[in-house]
Design a protein around this ligand. Structure first.
Ligand SMILES: [Zn+2]
Length: 338
């Protein structure tokens, strides 16, 4: 008797609490929706740390900003918690990174009946497609009998997906700032302040861009191949004239672990190209990269580069220009520049 009635009770309690939570969410969303009483400042929600940083700098005190992602997390399969859903429902304006990064947000927005305007900061950026950077294509002619590097044959995600990591080049970061500024200006708050703060940030990004070009331009031709944790650096390498030597995780995200055969092929590529360093990323567990570096006789650079996330506050990589400069310096040093 006991055993049959207890589970029934538990179930009804659970139902009750789910209903209660749902009611609370609806109530809290409902009372703040028009944005009148509770806060005079417009509520802005940013998805990634990069978008959040740009919004914070440009919006300043004129906006009430919520950033969904915390520093250090890997942005591709973000798990939306109930408080995030509530923030989305309360927002007057949502800024997203775009280029396919936040598919979860698109679903949530459809379900949330949100009144917010959504702005995609990748608008106007010339996006790379996922297949443009097959390992092995970057290297030169010969290497006759190499078997390992013909990954393209069995690389069957033939669908053209954009590479979402566009923020890793300074010119793209500038477009991002311009898009964020234009979106925030639609709120009608502190227009002069927002415009001048955006100009200031754009100026810093232009300075960073020049410094990165000068720094990486000094690297000799035989030390310009970059191997990293996941395939995030395509825009950075294209912009600054470096070569892609492969990535430990063979895709644009880290959802699929590399197979033993893929690891072997990467190790062969690293040896064949004479790559001496494997870079790690703040948002990816470096264990596999360490194993690859050891196997290939390359050095693991454990000062991480920031790809999917900016650095934590105070790290120097917690702004867009700071992050780009940090990455360029770590890559320059790691490739043996002086
Ligand atoms: Zn990524």
């Amino acid at each position: 008797m006991l055993t049959t009635s207890v589970p029934g009770d538990t179930v009804s309690h659970m139902r009750l609490s789910i209903v209660a939570i749902a009611a609370l969410l609806v109530a809290s969303a409902g009372c703040s929706a028009p944005g009148e009483e509770s806060s005079e400042r417009p509520r802005v929600m940013a998805t990634t740390t990069q978008v959040g940083s740009v919004a914070r700098e440009v919006g300043g005190d004129a906006i009430d900003l919520t950033v969904l992602m915390a520093p250090g997390i890997e942005a591709h399969d973000f798990e939306l918690a109930p408080e995030h859903a509530a923030a989305i429902e309360r927002a007057d304006l949502i800024l997203m990174s775009g280029a396919g990064l936040e598919d979860w947000l698109v679903d949530t927005l459809e379900g949330a009946n949100a009144a917010a305007q959504v702005h995609d900061l990748s608008d106007g950026i010339d996006l790379r497609m996922a297949d443009e950077d097959e390992p092995g294509h970057g290297h030169d002619e010969d290497e006759p009998g190499e078997e390992g590097s013909h990954d393209d044959d069995d690389d069957d995600h033939g669908t053209e997906e954009p590479d979402p990591h566009y923020w890793l080049s300074a010119p793209n970061a500038i477009v991002m700032v311009e898009n964020a500024r234009d979106a925030l200006l639609t709120l009608g708050a502190d227009e002069a302040g927002m415009t001048s703060r955006a100009d200031e940030l754009i100026g810093r990004l232009e300075t960073a861009d020049a410094e990165i070009r000068s720094l990486l331009g000094q690297l000799p031709d035989d030390r310009r191949t970059v191997v990293t944790d996941h395939d995030a650096l395509g825009y950075f390498l294209d912009e600054y004239g470096l070569e892609f030597g492969g990535s430990v995780f063979p895709s644009l995200d880290v959802s699929s672990e590399p197979s033993a055969r893929q690891i072997e092929a990467l190790v062969d590529d690293i040896r064949a190209a004479g790559v001496t360093a494997v870079f790690t990323e703040s948002s990816v567990d470096p264990a596999l990269a360490r194993a690859v570096a050891e196997e290939a006789g390359a050095r693991l650079v454990d000062d991480p580069i920031y790809t999917d996330s900016l650095g934590p506050e105070g790290s120097g990589a917690d702004t867009m220009d700071g992050m780009l400069l940090h990455n360029a310096r770590v890559i320059h040093a790691g490739l043996g520049g002086d």
